[in-house]
Write a protein that binds this ligand. Structure first.
Ligand SMILES: [Zn+2]
Length: 145
C-alpha cells in the first residue's frame, strides 16, 4: 500500500526499521488505507499525521514489548478509518481512528501481570483491560474507564 508520505509498504514490513510491529498489523493486512479523520465536518487529523502517529505508537509498543519480557505481542486491532470504527461500534472519538491506539494480547502474561506493568508505566494515554485483550493509546493525557 502507499502511505500518505509516498512510501510504499507491504504487510510484512516493519513500521520503522527495527520494529517488531508491521504495517500489516497496523492496517489489517494493508486493507485500511490511511485517510484524513473528519468528525462533524471538521478535520481532526490528516492522513500524514496519522501515519506519524502509527510510527510513534509502534515505538511505544516496542518499548512495552521489551518491558513485558521481549515476547511476542498479538495485535488484534490498530488503525481504523472512521467508517470502519463506526461499523465495529467504536466510540466517536476513538483513538484507533488517529492510529495511536492498539488492542493487543500476550500469550505469555496474565491480564493481572499486564495491568501491574501498565499501571506503573502508562501515564501519557489511555489504558483499559477488556475481557481477553488490552487497549492502550497515546492520546497525550492519562485516561482510564
Ligand atoms: Zn482499543
Amino acid at each position: 500500500m502507499i502511505l500518505p508520505s509516498g512510501n510504499i509498504v507491504t504487510r510484512s514490513m516493519p513500521i520503522y526499521p527495527s520494529s517488531h510491529f508491521t504495517w500489516g498489523e497496523a492496517t489489517k493486512n494493508c486493507t485500511r488505507h490511511l485517510q484524513d479523520l473528519v468528525i462533524n465536518d471538521r478535520l481532526i487529523a490528516t492522513a500524514k499525521q496519522i501515519e506519524k502517529n502509527i510510527v510513534m505508537t509502534a515505538m511505544a509498543m516496542d518499548e512495552y514489548r521489551e518491558i513485558l519480557g521481549n515476547r511476542p505481542i498479538r495485535v488484534t486491532s490498530w488503525y481504523r478509518p472512521a467508517h470502519i470504527n463506526a461499523r465495529v461500534g467504536g466510540s466517536k472519538y476513538s483513538r484507533h481512528q488517529y492510529g495511536d491506539a492498539v488492542d493487543w494480547k500476550s500469550d505469555y502474561l496474565s491480564p493481572r501481570q499486564i495491568k501491574k506493568i501498565l499501571e506503573a508505566n502508562h501515564h501519557g494515554g489511555g489504558y483499559k483491560a477488556y475481557y481477553g485483550f488490552t487497549h492502550t493509546d497515546w492520546r497525550g493525557e492519562r485516561a482510564r474507564w
